[in-house]
Write a protein that binds this ligand. Structure first.
Ligand code: AMP
Ligand code: ZN
Length: 466
């Protein structure tokens, strides 16, 4: 398997640290609102990476964090007059619901920054002991960028030029910095902000330290793959490398993978341009399966443009695949026993190789989807009522597996609808238990709009279609 490594700017053969295992960390969202469709791109892509590694027989330990302490969360909490954890817990829950809609499997572990403060204090202390960090007079702790010779290796920035360019610049509030490139590991509390005790001051961590700490705790000092959107290369990932490698003295991650951005109608998505969509917005118009399929229809390192036309095309393509696989499933149930038709299976074997070659080549999901469409075409021509059970089963199993890797659900819609209804009923019960009647009513109305009628019975809530 070849992976494009942002460190070397080239495709490299994947060699795991430990035979048969993949340790992978992907930076997750800051939970201050519903996730937007840009956030969904790395989630969908890295879920697919995980699924493909598993298909290849690897045991994948996949960690993805929720950043639950941040200026935006504090701002949202102050605006609503609630504690920051009310905001972060709410949007973690909503994010998980969106993930389920996009058929993104939960990671092995989803750590949260606020629950890992001890580990952060420990790593910052180590960095200070080793001379890689220092506390300023006001209690702010900075990473000493000059103490880490590898700084800039991921973002390929010329640090000498950066340093000389910045030499004269002093930013208000950062007078304690030895060097303008030094970055914050720990900062003093401000009025109305959450804080924790530390050896330096009551305060809270800078953003970058959480990923170094959580990655180390759940995966070890060295990992195979670290991922995220390309905007994270600098400074976030560059700083993660500096922190982790300065603390451990070892290479942090062997491969760095970054997805390109999602744009809207060829423009950057932004609230001020009025072209900002949350995943929840999209779910009102489309099955989120369509959004997932749309995202995978381009290579992850190519910028992707979101538009209504492209979503319609994705919807039609997805339907074509799902219909074909469902037809195979029905044919299999009715098919007669008999030997497999090797000539037909050989043709599918060629397409299987094509699919695997695409995925082996830096997870080229666009080409893998093309191979899947060729399979659909072939299955629609070659497989029919006269095909033997062995033939239909072999083709169905192959296509179903390839759909699973891309996260395409091939089961009948009815069944997945049932699961969605049941999930909503559980949420409604929970809302009632918490005396959140507005939310409970809102869920009942949503179910009603789906044609579902609820009945409270002695055995609990039952439902039926209207
Ligand atoms: P944030 O919550 O801003 O830290 O972002 C969470 C993840 O979403 C990061 O991996 C970002 O790189 C990624 N991301 C944010 N905006 C976009 C976008 N428009 N396209 C693709 N990825 C994005
Ligand atoms: Zn991170």
């Amino acid at each position: 398997m070849k992976i494009y490594n942002s460190l070397s700017l080239s495709k490299e053969e994947f060699k795991p640290l430990e035979e048969g295992k993949v340790k992978m960390y992907v930076c997750g969202p800051t939970v201050y609102n519903f996730i937007h469709i840009g956030n969904a791109r790395p989630m969908i892509f890295f879920d697919t990476v995980r699924r493909y590694f598993e298909y290849k027989g690897y045991d994948v330990n996949f960690v993805s964090n929720f950043t639950d302490v941040d200026d935006k969360i504090i701002k949202a909490a102050n605006e609503e007059g609630v504690a920051p954890e009310v905001i972060s817990e709410r949007y973690i829950k909503e994010c998980k619901q969106d993930m389920a809609g996009m058929n993104i499997r939960p990671a092995t572990t989803h750590p949260q920054a606020t629950k890992e403060i001890d580990g952060m204090i420990e790593m910052i202390s180590t960095l200070i002991e080793k001379g890689h960090a220092y506390a300023a007079a006001d209690g702010t702790v900075y990473f000493r960028v000059k103490s880490f010779p590898g700084y800039g290796k991921l973002s390929h920035k010329d640090m000498d030029a950066l340093m000389s360019g910045f030499r004269e610049i002093k930013v208000t509030g950062e007078e304690g910095k030895e060097d303008p490139n030094d970055f914050v590991l720990w900062k003093p509390k401000k009025e109305g902000e959450p804080y924790w005790e530390s050896p330096w001051c009551q305060g809270r961590p800078g953003w970058h330290i959480e990923c170094s700490v959580m990655s180390k705790k759940y995966l070890g000092e060295q990992i195979d793959i670290h991922g995220g959107g390309e905007d994270l290369i600098f400074p976030h990932h560059e700083n993660e490398i500096a922190q982790s490698e300065a603390a451990s003295g070892k290479t942090f991650s062997n491969y760095w993978m970054h997805n390109a951005f999602l744009n809207i109608d060829n423009k950057k998505m932004s609230k001020s341009l009025g072209n900002f969509f949350t995943v929840r917005d999209i779910s009102e118009k489309y099955d989120l399966q369509v959004l997932r399929f749309f995202m995978l229809s381009a290579h992850y390192r190519s910028p992707l443009n979101f538009s209504a036309d492209l979503m319609e095309a994705a919807k039609n393509g997805l339907t074509r695949i799902v219909t074909s696989v469902q037809r195979l499933n029905e044919l299999e149930a009715k098919a007669q026993e008999g030997p497999a038709d090797q000539a037909v299976l050989d043709k599918f074997e060629e397409l299987k190789k094509k699919y695997e070659a695409a995925m082996d080549d830096d997870f080229n999901t666009a080409d893998a989807i093309s191979a899947l469409f060729e399979m659909v075409k072939l299955a629609n021509i070659e497989i029919n009522e006269t095909s033997s059970k062995a033939t239909v089963k072999a083709v169905y199993d192959m296509m179903e597996k390839f759909c699973y890797i891309l996260g395409i659900i091939t089961e009948k819609k009815e069944e997945s609808l049932d699961a969605e209804v049941e999930a909503l009923i559980v949420q409604r019960q929970e809302a009632r238990k918490n005396k959140d009647f507005a939310k409970a009513d809102e869920i009942r109305d949503r179910l009603q709009a789906m044609g579902i009628i609820l009945k409270d019975t002695r055995e609990g809530v039952k439902w039926e279609r209207a």
